[in-house]
Design a protein around this ligand. Structure first.
Ligand SMILES: [Zn+2]
Length: 256
């Protein structure tokens, strides 16, 4: 492993295998729109720098969502048809009709193998460095989508997700200080999204695994109507680079 830091990027891909696409009852235009609003566009580009390990989901979240709990009983978003395998779109239309057996098959095929890889990466970090820091990187729509639980507007430019067990004390304050880039650049903690990703093997049991979620308001770096980068994209990426270096390198990732 290149460093004890793993940047986890679960939602930036738009790839849906033909076999999975054929099971979705959406027209191409409907699917294109759903991908436009649901994808964490360019997060792999924004977080492509430095000596960090990266784990990027190669599939669209419309195939499977690795950030959801495997069992719908544990997953709050399952009530919106957005558990680990989505059955509804962001507007509540049917995305797929699926039996329990088919769902289990998809979980085996996609979800479980994904989690095996990220769990092994964390394992390797722990072996090599005695610690692991996960930066869970996302972006979000500047306007709440219909399925979202928090409909509060306006939304902040950055949301930092923390966990009582896995997020080091004081890290939000550091992130907040750093992210205070200007009058309108205030970060929020756990609003509109709460928590951060930790593989189940370590979840609330291994304090050597630290995690912090960084969610970026898409209007800061892209045109949400057409999916294109803003002209200021590279400048914005510079801020992200300095921010990640600040909280992981300068202050020490395992510092508490
Ligand atoms: Zn995301």
């Amino acid at each position: 492993m290149k460093s004890p830091v793993i940047i986890h990027i679960p939602h930036c891909s738009t790839y849906i295998p033909a076999e999975e696409r054929s099971k979705l009852p959406l027209s191409d235009t409907e699917l294109e729109h759903e991908i436009l609003v649901m994808t964490d566009w360019y997060i792999d580009d924004l977080f492509d720098f430095g000596d960090f390990n990266r784990h990027i989901n190669q599939y669209s979240r419309l195939v499977f969502d690795p950030e959801r709990f495997r069992d719908d009983k544990d997953e709050v978003m399952a009530s919106k048809g957005m558990g680990a395998i989505y059955t509804k779109t962001s507007t509540g239309k049917v995305l797929r009709e699926i039996s329990m057996k088919e769902r289990e098959k998809m979980l085996n095929q996609y979800y479980d193998s994904y989690h095996e890889v990220i769990t092994q990466m964390v394992e390797n970090c722990l072996e090599q460095y005695g610690q692991c820091v996960i930066l869970d990187a996302h972006s979000f729509s500047s306007k709440p989508l219909p399925h979202e639980i928090d409909q509060t507007e306006p939304r902040p430019p950055i949301c930092i997700g923390t966990d009582t067990f896995h997020t080091q004390a004081g890290i939000f304050r550091l992130a907040y200080e750093y992210l205070f880039w200007g009058e309108d650049e205030l970060a929020e903690r756990n609003t509109p999204y709460a928590g951060t990703f930790v593989p189940m093997k370590f979840y609330h049991s291994d304090p050597r695994v630290k995690s912090l979620m960084v969610e970026i308001n898409r209007s800061r770096y892209m045109d949400e109507q057409n999916g294109k980068k803003l002209a200021s994209f590279d400048e914005f990426k510079g801020k992200i680079i300095r921010f990640v270096q600040y909280i992981t390198e300068k202050r020490g990732p395992a510092q508490s």
